[in-house]
Ligand binder design. Structure first.
Ligand code: GLC
Length: 547
């Protein structure tokens, strides 16, 4: 019997960036056995599941988002036997496991792309990708004017078997990530096989990379605003993203999930990385027969201002939750500057403003109706590492923008677990091991052992928030009602009396309800909501039993 309760609608999932979580071999790179060793820590935190960043065989040009084989484990991270152990251990602890699947593009080392290169123009092997002749007298100009997301043109030219410059192929990210042609039926059939391969191994679902991608305009025409495409890392080119045909793919994948659920009663989850211009378009991806969830990035990109947050939340409630779907909130991930740093700007050394705001934002997110994702280290209040030397940066965006954009390495520095010096317990038992990105000395303050021992830490705030979320029926799914509040303060009620209020300003404001809060992101005297602070109250004053 299937239960009516859909666990994923208000789930809290923890994103494990595998190469930076915990290293079991001492080579400086996190791995699957490390994730398994960290499961008790995650269970203590209280998350419902984990999303594992890609661990498949890959030349790692984009840290695994360039997949060479979708049905195996890169030796860097372990092997299939270790993967099975991880899934079994997670199941025992009640932690669901989501894999990261990358259907928009593969690695140029994928066997099908290698075959396409060898097979030549007009072949069925090339039809699985976007190969096209160039423009101009010698075909020396790319087939259209599209820009790649990570800088430079979206096309690269190949050398044909006879040694001459030949056709071009499309890559919306790096040249090492050729885009699949989803109009070729082989591609969909292959991904169907891949989904089943992992579902048969017991996974609970997939995070889908670039889920508004896959299909391109059938004619691959020139973009009318190539400058805008080049300026932003957002998917703005309307010819390359968000094509209507992509919804057919999500309907197909949903029915594969339903098929597995019908067999064993376990609901699988598809969560899409969907970057589209409006909440209304976003809602189309989470219709009841498509994806279960899609990250709603507007919260992540909102500036720290009450009006901006209110607008984002209201739009999501109206346009996404209003259609019966769940909203999936996120404040951090492996592509973005961490909240502590983002909200602290302009940085005032030692002011602690960014940390206070990040704590308040966490309580806000955990009080919103829907699902939420936490990115590893967020529960420790890790700041972005902003001063990594150029020669250790690995992000292809840095290298493809002529070293102008320092974007993603700073949030990917390996986690500190214990001790006073790098590797801070990240590598098991090998104190001399060198993490793949250097950890700053101040990471000692953020180590998990210190966080667990200090009840004022970020970790305890997240843990307490998660405990209350599971204990209080008012949180999770359901409606949200805004309360009148002074400028710079947001306050809302959930269910029959759970009040959440956030003071975005720096001066104290009156609390929206009398009495002491159940949980607050900072010191919170009765009757007052200090600046840069969020708190939860039961408006009738009764504290629930969370134990
Ligand atoms: C997504 C991933 C990002 C990756 C890109 C290309 O945006 O989150 O890390 O580089 O897709 O696969």
């Amino acid at each position: 019997m299937l239960s009516k309760y859909h666990w994923w609608r208000d789930a809290v999932i923890y994103q494990v960036y595998v190469r930076s979580f915990l290293d079991s071999t001492g080579d400086g790179v996190g791995d699957l056995a490390g994730v398994r060793a960290g499961l008790p820590y995650l269970r203590k935190l209280g998350v419902d599941g984990i999303w594992l960043s890609p661990f498949y065989p890959s030349p790692q040009h984009d840290h695994g988002y360039d997949v060479a084989d979708y049905c195996d484990v890169d030796p860097l991270f372990g092997d299939l036997a270790e993967f099975d152990l991880l899934v079994a251990a997670a199941r025992r602890l009640g932690i669901r496991v989501l894999l990261d699947i990358v259907p928009n593009h593969c690695s140029s080392e994928h066997r099908w792309f290698q075959r396409a290169l060898a097979a030549g123009p007009g072949s069925t092997a090339r039809a699985r990708f976007h190969f096209a002749d160039g423009r101009g007298p010698d075909g020396a100009a790319p087939p259209n004017n599209w820009h790649a997301m990570f800088g430079g043109p979206a096309w690269s030219r190949v050398t044909e078997a006879d040694g001459r410059p030949g056709q071009w192929y499309l890559h919306m990210f790096t040249p090492e990530q050729p885009d699949w042609n989803w109009r070729d039926p082989d591609v969909g059939a292959e991904f169907d096989r891949v989904l089943r391969f992992w579902l048969d191994r017991g996974v609970d679902g997939f995070r889908i990379d670039v889920a508004a991608g896959l299909y391109k305009h059938p004619e691959l025409p020139d973009s009318r605003d190539p400058e805008a495409d080049a300026r932003t890392r957002d998917s703005v080119n309307p010819l390359a993203w968000n094509q209507p045909e992509v919804h057919t793919v999500w309907r197909g994948w949903r029915s594969v999930c339903e098929e597995y659920t019908a067999r064993d009663g376990r609901e699988r989850l598809l969560v899409g990385e969907v970057s589209v211009p409006t909440a209304r378009e976003h809602a189309l991806y989470v219709r009841s027969d498509e994806l279960h969830q899609a990250f709603f990035f507007d919260l992540l990109s909102a500036p720290w201002e009450a009006d901006a947050f209110r607008k984002v939340v209201s739009e999501a409630m109206q346009d996404i939750a209003g259609t019966g779907s769940t909203v999936t909130w996120v404040l951090n991930n492996h592509d973005q500057v961490r909240t502590v740093t983002r909200y602290g700007e302009p940085a005032t050394e030692g002011s602690g403003l960014g940390a206070a705001r990040a704590r308040a934002a966490a309580l806000l997110m955990l009080a919103l109706p829907g699902a939420a994702y936490i990115y590893q280290g967020e529960e420790l209040g890790l700041p972005e590492v902003v001063d990594l030397p150029d020669d250790v940066l690995t992000d292809p965006i840095f290298h493809r923008t002529g070293s102008r954009a320092r974007v993603r390495d700073g949030c990917r520095v390996p986690l500190p677990w214990s001790g006073q010096a790098s590797p801070f317990g990240f590598t098991s038992g090998v104190e001399s091991a060198k993490p793949w990105l250097p950890q700053p000395d101040y990471f000692a303050e953020y180590a998990t052992d210190r966080a667990l021992a200090d009840t004022r830490s970020f970790w305890h705030l997240y843990r307490d928030g998660l405990q209350l979320r599971s204990a209080l029926p008012q949180l999770g799914e359901g409606a949200l009602r805004w309360l009148d509040s002074p400028p710079g303060v947001l306050a809302f009620v959930r269910g029959d009396g759970l009040v959440c209020a956030v003071n975005f300003g720096t001066a104290p404001a009156p609390a929206p309800v009398p009495g002491s809060p159940l949980l607050s992101s900072g010191p919170c005297p009765a009757g007052e909501l200090p600046g840069s602070t969020a708190a939860w109250w039961m408006s009738d004053g009764t504290a629930p039993d969370t134990h």
